[in-house]
Write a protein that binds this ligand. Structure first.
Ligand code: PEP
Length: 250
């Protein structure tokens, strides 16, 4: 059975004081939930303090982006080996905000995915369509292109060491959630496409849904057969919401 997962994406939010309070509350609230992977992906400057806060909990931590380069004259970038120094287990790659606001195309995202895996960090690969693409009926093609770029560079087998997050861009931070059936349809499309190349990898791959997941809609979404949990933005900053979403996996 594939493992379920809930990962928080704090985006560019937090402070040392607020993070401590949030993590103390979340860690207490999810204590004892063992059958699922739980993680928070935090801004780089907080990795050390988050590592200290979570070391003896059942919550893993990671980053929201990483350089595709190993080292060198890349001012402002952070490498995979730097993330390893802080024992990051996960890194988000290809989040739509990186793609749309910072010009990351499918090639760059694939390079980041491969760099993470080479360092032993599990990439959480985000894919998803814009509203215009959905309305034009090109959702599947867009997602196929996003996945194909990664599979071409890293190989189909690489998906055994990855998590995929389907995040329709029109649902991120907008309060509009894909209906459970809309999300399930895309998750099933992703899993079937991968199964055509390798059935056992497709069966074991965790595919998360992201886009305005809250405590009140998580149970319905997570009940769908191909939705293996969630990537949670805004609601991961509210302890009671995030705890309830983690609990909805069980
Ligand atoms: C995200 O940032 O990945 C996300 C899904 O955000 P939100 O839950 O706020 O829509």
């Amino acid at each position: 059975m594939r493992e379920k997962m809930v990962a928080g994406n704090w985006k560019m939010h937090g402070s040392l004081v607020d993070n401590k309070q949030l993590l103390d509350e979340v860690a207490a609230g999810v204590d004892g939930l063992k059958e699922a992977r739980l993680a928070v992906c935090v801004p780089y400057p907080y990795l050390s303090s988050v590592q200290d806060a979570l070391r003896s909990t059942n919550i893993a931590w990671g980053a929201q982006n990483v350089s595709q380069y190993e080292k060198g004259a890349y001012t402002g970038e952070v490498s995979t080996s730097m993330l390893k120094d802080f024992e990051c287990r996960y890194v988000i790659v290809g989040h739509s905000e990186r793609r749309t606001l910072f010009g990351e195309n499918n090639t760059i995202v694939a390079e980041k995915y491969l760099a993470a895996q080479r360092a032993g960090i599990t990439p959480i690969l985000c894919v998803g369509e814009t509203l215009e693409q959905r309305e034009a009926g090109t959702t599947e093609r867009v997602i196929e292109d996003q996945l194909t770029a990664v599979i071409r560079l890293a190989g189909i087998d690489s998906l055994s060491q990855a998590v995929v997050a389907y995040e329709p861009i029109w649902a991120i931070g907008t309060g509009k959630t894909a209906s459970p059936q809309q999300a399930q349809d895309v998750h099933s499309f992703i899993r079937t496409g991968i199964a055509n190349e390798n059935a056992s990898i497709a069966r074991e791959l965790a595919i998360l849904y992201g886009g305005s997941v809250k405590a009140n809609n998580a149970p319905e979404l997570f009940a769908m057969p191909d939705i293996d949990g969630g990537l949670i933005g805004g609601a991961s900053l509210i302890a009671s919401e995030f705890i309830a979403i983690c609990r909805a996996l069980h």
